[in-house]
Design a protein around this ligand. Structure first.
Ligand code: UD1
Ligand code: MG
Length: 491
């Protein structure tokens, strides 16, 4: 099946420099949602991929497609057709005509209608299939809206068969009362479509080439017109403004929350979770309010995520507790570990089982073996940390010399006193203790106490006495500048 996605419009009401189809829903451009469904529908065996009609912001849209194809090879099949001037939906489809296979029907989608399901589109495609002995039909996705204002209306005969679509601006008062609307999504027989598009005229209230005018042409040509409706209204909702985008986002997020709850995940509030990617959960996972999950995140059974955590591209093991306000990005956390509150795990943080990372501790590109702890105010970067290591408050691995990054190795059973700096590259031997305040610039031998500190001294001295305020004020009063007169007088 040919699939054409109309995406050349400007989207004025978004009041944005970004083309409308690149505005994001659940972290992904609207167009990406549509393309994902289109590619799923076509399947791997399709010779050609969807065609996107670009116009407004074409360079940005093409750049997005290029980046997307680097991340997901399926997007390499997507091609574009340029509509230099936006003269209406019929004119937009005309630009893709030369790329269509006449032996296959054509499905028209809109780049700003992101949530139509594959199931609904398959249903529509089936409806357009030629029944034995009959030509293939034209299938329209319609919807009944209690307030149909702004949409094209489906005009039916006395016997109920579709006669035409009339746009809001061209509709008579009687037609305006029709509640069945055109979602814009349709499947058309491609050979006839070629003929119809070429015959379109822009003689209407908007001076545009309406794709919807082909319906009356199909009726004239005796092509059967069939209609289907989506299971849920949100599937056919387009995004024209910020508030529509925000409400569709909530619909999408609530759907995902319901899927999680159906699978047994406990959510403190299904209205306060955002998943911008995929979230896989084991059994008895609890997620508190305000959490955001980005990219691919896995939470194993028994894990608890406290309020207002952000977790991106990470794998969290069994029975882990992540306390509030923690940021976890590109990390692996082993079973039974405790993280946060206010912890930050950055890419390459790889924690084994039973690791404790406490408040205001940052871990980057470091492996920490089981039963080790960094409970307060520390930076562990480019390090390999053994088992049962205790990293005291205020410890910093000084991994960067201003040009290059260097590694710190801390072997098993090390105790690092508070406020220690480990100037990498450096190694702390097994069982070593570093005294509080040490600045370690050379390797510390195993099983010894290493300490670098100025020698403690005590002196007799007098604490300064606080000066009285008026004395201070007099002292610091600005000096009077002598006027010219007084200078003269002095002479
Ligand atoms: C269209 C339909 C209307 C339907 C409504 C559903 C027509 C004439 N009208 O109206 O029956 O109820 O959608 O939302 O088809 N586009 C282009 N190039 C253009 C014009 C539009 O690529 O020259 C693209 C837009 O980017 C958008 C889609 O086509 O993705 C729909 O365009 P829009 O202007 O929103 O059409 P409506 O007036 O809403
Ligand atoms: Mg529209």
């Amino acid at each position: 099946m040919n699939i054409v996605i109309l995406a050349a419009g400007q989207g004025k009401r978004m009041k944005s420099a970004l083309p409308k189809v690149l505005q994001t829903l659940a972290g992904k451009p609207l167009l990406q949602h549509v393309l994902n469904t289109a590619l799923d529908l076509q399947g791997k065996s399709a010779k050609t991929g969807p065609i996107v009609v670009v116009g407004h912001g074409a360079a940005d849209v093409k750049q997005f497609l290029h980046i997307a194809s680097e991340q997901d090879a399926r997007f390499g099949k997507v091609s574009t057709a340029l509509q230099a001037e936006q003269k209406g939906t019929g004119h937009a489809l005309l630009q893709a005509l030369s790329k269509l296979d006449v032996n296959e029907p054509t499905l028209v989608l809109y780049g700003d209608v992101p949530l139509t399901s594959k199931k609904t589109l398959s249903k529509l495609a089936k409806l357009a299939d030629g029944v034995p002995g009959q030509d293939s039909a034209l299938a329209l996705l319609t919807q009944n809206f209690s307030n149909p204002t702004g949409y094209g209306r489906i005009v039916r005969d006395m016997d109920g068969s579709v006669k035409a679509i009339v746009e809001e601006k061209d509709a008579s008062p009687d037609q305006k009362r029709i509640q069945e609307i055109n979602t814009g999504i349709m499947v058309l027989p491609t050979n006839s479509l070629k003929k119809w598009l070429k015959a379109l005229r822009a003689s209407n209230a908007q001076g545009e080439y309406y794709l919807t005018d082909v319906i009356a042409m199909a009726v004239k040509d005796g092509v059967p017109i069939r209609t289907a409706q989506a299971d849920s209204e949100y599937e056919t909702v387009g995004v024209n403004s910020r508030d529509q985008l925000a409400s569709l986002e909530r619909v999408y997020q609530l759907n995902q929350a319901n899927v999680l709850m159906d699978a047994g995940v406990c959510l403190a509030d299904p209205a306060r979770i955002d998943i911008r990617g995929t979230l896989e959960c084991g059994t008895d996972v609890f997620i508190d309010v305000g959490c955001v999950f980005e990219g691919c995140v896995t939470l194993a059974s028994g894990t608890k995520i406290g309020p207002y955590c952000i977790v991106r591209n990470s794998v969290i093991g069994k029975n882990v507790t992540i306390h509030p306000y923690s940021h976890i990005d590109g990390a692996q956390v082993g079973a039974n570990s405790l993280i946060g509150p206010y912890a930050r795990l950055r890419p390459g943080a790889d924690l084994a089982n039973d690791v404790h990372i406490g408040n205001f501790v940052e871990v980057k590109n470091s492996k920490i073996a089981s039963n080790s702890k960094a409970n307060h105010l520390a930076y562990v970067g480019d390090s390999i940390v053994g088992s049962r290591v205790n990293i005291g408050a205020g410890t910093i691995t000084c991994n960067y010399d201003g040009v290059n990054k260097h590694q710190t190795i801390i072997e098993d059973d090390v105790f690092i006193g508070s406020d220690t700096q480990l100037v990498a590259p450096v190694r702390v031997g097994r069982g070593a203790t570093l005294g509080a305040g040490t600045t370690l610039t050379k390797d510390a031998p195993p099983n010894q106490l290493t300490v670098s500190r100025a020698k403690q001294i005590s002196l007799q001295w007098q604490r300064p006495v606080k000066q009285e305020k008026n004395v201070v004020a007099k002292k610091s009063a600005p000096k009077k500048v002598a006027s010219k007169k007084s200078v003269k007088a002095k002479k």
